[in-house]
Design a protein around this ligand. Sequence first.
Ligand SMILES: Cc1cc2nc3c(=O)[nH]c(=O)nc-3n(C[C@H](O)[C@H](O)[C@H](O)COP(=O)(O)OP(=O)(O)OC[C@H]3O[C@@H](n4cnc5c(N)ncnc54)[C@H](O)[C@@H]3O)c2cc1C
Length: 387
Amino acid sequence: MDFSFSADAEEFRVEVKAFLDEHLTPDVFLGTRDGTIHNDALHKKMADKGWIDGSIPAELGGGGRDPLDMLVLIEELQLAGAPCDGMAVAAVVAAIILELGNDHLKETVVPRIIDGESLCSFGYTEPDFGSDVASATTAAVRDGDDWVINGQKMWTTMAHVADFVLLLTRTNHDVPKHKGLTFFVVPLDTPGIEIQPVHTMGTERSNATFYDNVRIDDKWRIGEVDGGWAVMKSALKFERGIAGGQFPSATLIDAAVRAAQTNVRPDGTKAIDDPVVRQQIARAMIDLEVARCFAYNTAFLASEGVMFGVEGSMTKLFVSESYKKHSNWFFDMLGPDGLLSLDTPGAPEGGHIEEHFRHAPVTTIYGGTSEISRNLIATSHLGLPRS
Ligand SMILES: Cc1cc2nc3c(=O)[nH]c(=O)nc-3n(C[C@H](O)[C@H](O)[C@H](O)COP(=O)(O)OP(=O)(O)OC[C@H]3O[C@@H](n4cnc5c(N)ncnc54)[C@H](O)[C@@H]3O)c2cc1C
């Protein structure tokens, strides 16, 4: 069994690293301090490289790069801490439009996304429905050639910097819940849309979005009326294609090792002298390798044309839960000083371990919670009965 990457993928890794060395300058991180994990200039440069449409299959008109290349890209971006949350969402929305959208959406929205001019956001979750997203209540009612949308979405991340939201609406109350949904690609400057910030404990900024008699032409609809579930499935398919590589623990472990080796405790010892800490570091590094195996496996399946499902849930569950465990260990390791947050003078590792400690739990919620992932693994992989 050969776990090594192809020569092409390794060559691409060198190209990505060189790009990041050149463009990931300190000012790129400044704009992210309000929790918006995005930088316009970096995003446009990645678009110029053809990396935004790289994950979109060539048969749909995208860049059609090998999923292993995309894994390499995501891995290197994550290891470098590059602020690029906007990239994956934009690529997924462009891919869905190319697969299911009408000519208007293909001609007006896709080129702007691929050129890096426009960002997108996902408007699925509502205050009362996240895991059970098919129960969405935001209403779209037909009025001639238009639709009038009323409702509220929660956690519309990136909406405040995006031009479009991929909006899940209810268009039919008289059918089973999955069958009465319709999607729209709504321009976020349409009158009647209000965006309010939601700041998370994980530093990340998200949004609550309100839709008050928002009127849009039918040309902004994507997919069939009441056929929104097919659009949702397409979104999940493309999300899995790009979200393979997830290594949030990598930079945390690096910081923990540095802190353990350098910070002297009041009794004159260092954390690295403690066998429990050494064991935790070793265990975290093993978990990271396991996470790599999960991520590489899903990217490999995608590169072989296998439309994986439960493997994505396994990767997400293992990566986020182990990240949360590591962040607890290393936060504890720092003692009271560990409470000092980002940029506070004297904060160990500049406060980055404390930031990981706040960020890690959030990763067990978005993109499907750990409980939902466990349910999927139990029923789809282990064959356990649905409750
Ligand atoms: C920082 C952040 C960013 C996000 N960004 C976006 C975004 O851009 N767009 C978007 O649409 N959404 C986004 N989300 C929403 C996210 O996808 C939801 O929060 C998530 O799916 C959970 O939904 P919920 O919050 O409504 O919790 P609920 O679904 O109400 O769940 C509450 C608890 O009950 C558990 N639970 C629910 N159902 C079951 C079940 N059947 N079996 C066992 N346990 C269950 C859950 O695991 C959880 O612990 C974001 C969330 C966060 C925190």
